[in-house]
Design a protein around this ligand. Structure first.
Ligand SMILES: Cc1cc2nc3c(=O)[nH]c(=O)nc-3n(C[C@H](O)[C@H](O)[C@H](O)COP(=O)(O)OP(=O)(O)OC[C@H]3O[C@@H](n4cnc5c(N)ncnc54)[C@H](O)[C@@H]3O)c2cc1C
Length: 567
């Protein structure tokens, strides 16, 4: 499917909207000046347009399959992986000491989004490696780092994450996989993991699994879980893949979408593994990978939205139906509504995602806990709003196509089917919202209040130039502040959780207004200001209904008994 990498949009957002100049001005990321970033985004965009986009349809039509225990990936995927690896796109933000480029996460986030837009199924493979690289950088022993990081960064080997078991999905603490010490510093890992993305492939020399399991003295729940690196082939003394480990792919799932990505049931039968992080400290170590993946999955949502938007726009420019000035459906008001909603929301979700990445980079560059708190606050919003935007925009994309949207050969439905899982994996969006109003507000809502202060100050400073845009953003922020204070004051967590997702959506709406306003200020006479006006007039008002729902408490949700729900 044709795809045009939106490089100039990233450049605009970096420069005028999300404050990337602070990142580039830091000592840590001094190399990431505007020219370097533009060159990287252009090069990555080219690879996405020329190599990855042509793999989108074949992956859907010819899914990965298991043949006599050997995994066969979709046609062209091996070449796609090679192009991603050779371009250095796996290790953009990885430590240069092990072969990475050491560039900011903001750059990785933009590149990952382009890869997601062009071929989501394949992009999930490097995303898993990136998360594993970051987890190993932070938590592995020096010996493991020396052996694994260069190979993961170069793409010679690939990484996966193994949390889920049949009885342990959102409730990771319920897992039953076990690890026994072998007495030589290694461990024997036994158990079954389900839904493991890219659990195997036929294009890497080794597949390295990060597996959560419980040691014999591990207490029940998340506090008793440890993390192990379990490779498909045990490295020999030269670090090359040696004998096969005691693990296998039992079967592949048949899925609604994302067909090119093999989703594996993995069986570990005393497989040799190495501890990553402290004994019983597995969740802390895995959280490094999970946070990386949450940002990455938010980017999968935004990428899906961008791909679906481009696809729908191309169709609307060609399809003739009814009398319009241009003769095509693009001039019908309802089709315009759909396209404007899509474009305005892609911008909002992308800005939130990149602002999240900027906060991560600033935390890394400065060590300032306020940046870390900002990043932590934005992560569930970027994940959930990014993925909801991906699904909503892809759904609208089907609608723009009319009946042809329901016919597979146009490819419009694939964006929807592929994107649908992004709201489910890497912590469902409901779990993200609970994280936002729970763990991320254990500071009494301070990090949220700091962000809302900044948004209001920005809106106040914009009042003189763009009063009709600045005022609604300021008002919406004030309403969000009131609900935030109400939420924090609720002692009963069920009342907070009841409104968590509407609250997260409203927060995203307000952030979207803030970033659209920044875009309008940078381009007051141009199309960005007109898009901002549409967003602020038509989409921002949704926050009011969402916040009303957020403050409704749990009472009404439990007003019908389970029997009455079934009646
Ligand atoms: C295609 C695909 C790829 C995947 N890849 C991986 C992978 O690579 N590695 C891996 O480890 N896992 C992977 N997963 C698993 C994925 O992360 C889980 O499916 C997800 O975490 C949800 O768990 P579950 O499916 O058991 O749903 P459940 O936990 O059973 O949830 C069912 C519903 O209940 C809600 N719910 C559950 N608990 C709570 C709660 N405490 N409060 C409120 N609501 C709750 C959920 O939000 C959801 O709506 C993948 C899944 C899919 C479908």
């Amino acid at each position: 499917m044709p795809y045009r990498a939106p490089v100039s949009d990233y450049e605009f957002l970096f420069r005028h909207v999300v404050g990337f100049d602070q990142v580039a001005a830091s000592e840590r990321f001094a190399d990431a000046d505007a020219d370097v970033v533009s060159a990287i985004l252009t090069e990555a965009g080219k690879m996405c347009e020329e190599v990855m986009a042509p793999l989108q349809r074949p992956g859907d039509l010819e899914p990965a399959r298991l043949e006599n225990g050997m995994l066969r990936t979709s046609p062209g995927y091996a070449d796609g992986w090679k192009a991603i690896a050779e371009g250095g796109w796996i290790g953009i933000s990885a430590d240069p000491e092990h072969g990475g480029m050491g560039l900011p996460m903001t750059v990785t986030t933009a590149v990952n989004e382009m890869m997601s837009a062009s071929c989501l199924s394949l992009q999930l493979a490097p995303l898993m490696s990136q998360g594993q690289i970051e987890a190993l950088e932070h938590h592995a022993s020096d010996a493991l780092k020396e052996l694994y990081l260069p190979k993961l960064i170069s793409g010679e080997w690939a990484g996966t994450m193994n949390l889920t078991e049949p009885q342990a999905g959102s409730d990771v603490g319920a897992l039953s996989s076990k690890a026994e010490p072998n007495g030589d510093g290694t461990y024997a890992v036994t158990g079954q993991k389900i839904f493991i993305s890219w659990g195997d492939n036929d294009f890497c020399g080794n597949v390295c699994h990060l597996v959560l399991a419980r040691l014999p003295d591990g207490v029940p729940g998340t506090k008793g879980i440890s993390l192990f690196l379990v490779p498909k082939f045990i490295p020999d003394e030269d670090g090359n893949p040696g004998v096969a480990n005691d693990l296998k792919v039992v079967s592949l799932e048949h899925k609604m979408g994302l067909h090119g990505s093999p989703t594996c049931v993995m069986q570990y039968d005393g497989a040799k593994g190495w501890l990553v992080g402290a004994e019983h400290g597995g969740m802390a170590a895995m959280f490094t990978m999970m946070n990386n993946a949450r940002l990455g999955v938010g980017g999968q949502g935004v990428g899906s939205a961008e791909g679906a938007y481009q696809h729908a726009l191309a169709y609307a420019l060609e399809r003739k139906q009814g009398k319009t000035p241009s003769g095509t459906i693009i001039d019908h008001a309802d089709v315009r509504r759909m396209l404007m909603e899509m474009k305005a929301d892609v911008f909002a979700a992308r800005a939130i995602l990149l602002a999240n990445a900027v906060a991560i980079d600033m935390g890394t560059a400065t060590g300032d806990p306020e940046w870390a708190a900002r990043a932590a606050l934005l992560t569930p919003i970027a994940k959930a709003f990014g993925t909801e935007t991906g699904i909503r925009v892809a759904d609208t994309g089907v609608q723009v196509h009319g009946g042809m949207g329901f016919i597979e050969e146009t490819g419009a439905a694939q964006y929807y089917r592929d994107a649908r899982v992004t709201a489910i994996y890497e912590g469902t969006n409901g779990i993200q919202a609970m994280d936002l109003v729970g763990r991320k507000m254990t500071d009494g809502g301070e990090a949220a209040a700091r962000l809302l202060d900044e948004i209001e100050t920005h809106a106040e400073s914009a009042r003189a130039r763009l009063p009709e845009l600045a005022e609604p953003v300021w008002q919406a922020t004030e309403t969000l502040r009131e609900t935030t204070e109400w939420l924090v004051a609720q002692g009963d967590m069920t009342d907070r959780f009841a409104g968590a997702l509407p609250y997260l959506r409203a927060f995203a709406r307000v952030l979207g207004g803030h970033y659209h306003l920044a875009a309008a200020l940078a381009d007051p006479e141009g199309p960005r200001a007109r898009l901002a006006r549409f967003y602020i007039n038509a989409l921002l008002p949704e926050h009011a209904g969402q916040l009303a729902q957020a403050q409704n408490g749990a009472g009404d949700l439990f007003a019908l008994s389970a029997d009455e729900l079934a009646a």
